[in-house]
Design a binder for this molecule. Structure first.
Ligand code: ATP
Length: 346
């Protein structure tokens, strides 16, 4: 069993807290993604699990055993980073085999382990080549094969796909997901790319400024964001957020008016997703600031005197810049947040 537990883990650099009081239970075989903007503490959290960084406080367990004082080499974790650091003078075969030699795994087992790992990432035909004779995606797969060859208890991956182009990233995502399902290895994956997080994760941990903002399945994070940070981070474009006032069952802000629960009153923030809008409704009045047809979706920016909203319209929607437009909201998909940015459970 390779569950991972973080209990009140803190990492400070001088007076600055890179990670603040992080508590997290990662189940055996779970694929957990740490997601957040640059500097939010995701890499530091992962490096503490790896043993490359010593926590300032709190406890880290792997498989039930406290790891705080255990050397990185003895934690039985395999890591994959964005710079895939293959040895250029070694063949792909030797690169993948390297961890077996380092760990003094009996020689007679090497060949079958290397070939199994290579087959898993479809690199079987390339084993004799040197890294320089492979494409970026193939090199990245070789790095993955090197991580999986000795079947560790835990995989730690830090933005492993960020050097690849969009198409390769998409196909590598599918491959990583398959590989993790087949090997059933507990995996912690760090990214700032929400598509990667949504497609790969069993659960996502969203961090900001060293603090966990929400933990949940991709569906929960998208459908039930806990606060304005999560709401404004997830989605492409993310949720529109506008502060205004609620009174007598009506929320209003400049250019925006919508029926809201009568229990709401005073200053609140309304959230609605670009995809939950209908052209021609009566909740938002503004002028067309930008229009971007992309084939299947037309992205529309609508300006009110105070701000700009992002709307997803149908593929055939067209409008002139500066023309007036009215938008309706899906009433079942409205979100309200209090003055601290926390979701109001209405
Ligand atoms: P990115 O996506 O840019 O890699 P991240 O979320 O992985 O960001 P971390 O690398 O975990 O962020 O860093 C968290 C915070 O801790 C950042 O503000 C960073 O500047 C700070 N930090 C990290 N390592 C050190 C260090 N050795 N000394 C001082 N500050 C550090």
């Amino acid at each position: 069993m390779a569950s991972i537990e973080l209990k009140n883990v803190v990492k400070s650099f001088g007076s600055f807290f890179g990670v603040q009081d992080v508590s997290l239970d990662i189940a055996d075989e779970e694929f957990l993604v740490l997601l957040g903007p640059s500097g939010c503490g995701k890499t530091t959290t992962m490096r503490m699990i790896a043993g490359l960084e010593q926590p300032t406080g709190g406890e880290i367990r792997i498989g039930g055993n406290v790891m705080n004082e255990v050397d990185a080499r003895d934690r039985d974790v395999a890591m994959v980073f964005q710079g895939y650091a293959l040895y250029p003078n070694m063949s792909i075969y030797e690169n993948i085999r390297f961890p077996l030699r380092m760990r003094r795994i009996p020689r007679d087992k090497h060949d079958s382990l290397v070939r199994r790992a290579a087959d898993m990432v479809e690199l079987g035909p390339f084993l004799e080549r040197k890294p320089g004779a492979l494409s970026g995606g193939q090199r990245q797969r070789a790095a993955l094969a090197r991580a999986i060859v000795r079947q560790p208890q835990v995989f730690l991956m830090d933005e492993p796909l960020s050097n690849l182009d969009a198409k390769l990233r998409a196909s590598m995502r599918v491959q990583i997901k398959h590989m993790q399902r087949d090997l059933k290895v507990t995996t912690v994956y760090v990214t700032h790319d929400q598509i990667e997080a949504m497609t790969l994760a069993d659960r996502i941990v969203i961090m900001n400024k060293g603090i966990i903002q929400q933990i949940g399945t991709p569906d929960e994070i998208y459908s039930n964001p806990a606060n304005t940070f999560v709401a404004g981070f997830i989605g492409s474009p993310p949720m529109n957020l506008v502060s205004g006032s609620a009174q007598g069952g009506i929320f209003s802000a400049s250019g925006v008016k919508v029926a809201c629960p009568a229990t709401l009153s005073g200053q609140v923030t309304l959230g609605f997703r670009p995809e939950d809008c209908l052209i021609g409704g009566e909740n938002l009045q503004g002028t067309v600031y930008g229009i971007e047809p992309t084939g299947d979706i037309t992205y529309l920016s609508v300006r009110t005197p105070e701000r700009t909203f992002e709307i997803k319209a149908g593929r055939d929607f067209r409008a002139k810049i500066d023309s007036t437009v009215s938008i309706g909201f899906d009433p079942s998909r409205l979100y309200y947040f209090d003055a601290d940015g926390n979701r109001i459970g209405v």
